[in-house]
Design a protein around this ligand. Structure first.
Ligand code: DAH
Length: 344
């Protein structure tokens, strides 16, 4: 019934409305303003009234409708946007914003692959300083002072005129020495790291590059163990058909020493331009740790023996991806870096 009291009653109900969710606000809207809502019903009634009554209630009814709409809007605003109710920014079912993860550097990929292979063989990872002293880079590795073997590695010296000058390590073999000084036998480690040599930068040489060193010391380690370790590594790295060959070589810290070639995985030994027609690719240097090197680090060479090996990571990356210009690995050109890997 349209009376002043009824209109006031509806107004009072609107004032007392409490909603916790947008769903409740919508229910309230239907209750008052929906097709069968209380306000709508009063308007229906109003339509059939005499002119005189219309005059009396017209304004009050319009005010009521406006008050109802304003109340519903303010209830909605109090709750704010809710997930899934018209607010797309916080729709948890929407796919997230993607952002660029970058990609791993090819040298990092190769380092990780090699470390993972040797981890399977039971090797730990050891690291040492890039700024080293002469003792750990040369002397303890059986390079006597002024020995011509030092010329094999053009060195950046940091201090001179000192009996044990500081320098940038020229190879990761220095980490062998630090490991032997601090760990107990048996020792089984691989030592990845950055090395420095005073070389003119070209497609085949750089003043900074990366190596990984391996060292195994125990009782009764023989050259046959070395050969088997290298063969297993080569097959894991380059495929199960891979063959290796060892050529006699010279390193001051190993005796005997060898260089290792793997069968060319491109032409399978037939000869191509990557292996320069030989069917073989050189991958590393190795040998049995010289007894002088063991003794220098306090390991009894009459009781223990071991082998060591070292390889260049850029060299392995070059063989893997056939990128034959070393400079690419250091220029940080995104177009180059993105070629290798997209998952970090
Ligand atoms: N340190 C050598 C180099 O940088 C590589 C190497 C050769 C490491 C023979 C070894 C090894 O451990 O046994 O040229």
């Amino acid at each position: 019934m349209m009376t002043k009291e009824n209109i006031d009653k509806v107004l009072a109900e609107l004032g007392e409305l409490k909603c916790k969710t947008l769903k409740e606000v919508e229910e309230a809207r239907v209750r008052f303003l929906g097709k069968k809502g209380e306000v709508t019903a009063l308007f229906e009634e109003f339509r059939g009234m005499d002119k005189e009554f219309k005059k009396q209630f017209g304004r009050a009814l319009n005010d009521l409708k406006q008050a109802a709409q304003a109340r519903i809007e303010s209830l909605k605003a109090d709750i704010g946007p809710e997930a899934g109710e018209g607010d797309t920014a916080s729709d948890l079912s929407m796919p997230g914003d993607s952002f660029d993860l970058g990609s791993r550097h090819p040298v990092s990929i190769v380092r990780q692959e090699i470390v993972d292979i040797f981890r399977k063989f039971g090797y730990d990872v050891a690291e040492g300083p890039e700024i080293e002293d002469d003792y750990h880079v040369f002397e303890a590795l059986n390079f006597p002072p002024n020995h011509p073997a030092r010329d094999m590695q053009d060195t950046f010296f940091i201090s001179s005129g000192h009996p044990n000058p500081l320098l940038l390590r020229t190879h990761t073999s220095s980490v062998q020495v630090r490991t032997m000084e601090t760990q107990h036998v048996p020792i089984r480690v691989v030592c990845p790291g950055r090395v420095f040599r005073n070389e003119a930068i070209s497609a085949r040489a750089h003043c900074i590059f990366h190596q990984i060193e391996g060292l195994y010391i125990d009782e009764g380690v023989t050259f046959a163990d070395l050969k088997q370790a290298i063969l297993l590594f080569a097959r894991e790295m380059f495929g199960p058909q891979t063959q290796i060959r060892m050529r006699p070589s010279y390193f001051p810290f190993t005796e005997p020493s060898a260089e290792v070639d793997v069968s060319c995985n491109i032409c399978h030994g037939k000869g191509c331009n990557v292996c320069k027609g030989t069917g073989w690719l050189e991958i590393l240097g190795c040998g049995m740790v010289d007894p002088n090197v063991l003794e220098a680090s306090g390991i009894d060479s009459t009781k223990y023996s071991g082998f060591a090996f070292g390889m260049g990571l850029e060299r392995i990356a070059m063989l893997k991806w056939r990128v034959n210009d070393l400079r690419h690995y250091f220029e940080n050109d995104m177009r180059f870096l993105e070629e290798f890997d997209t998952v970090v």
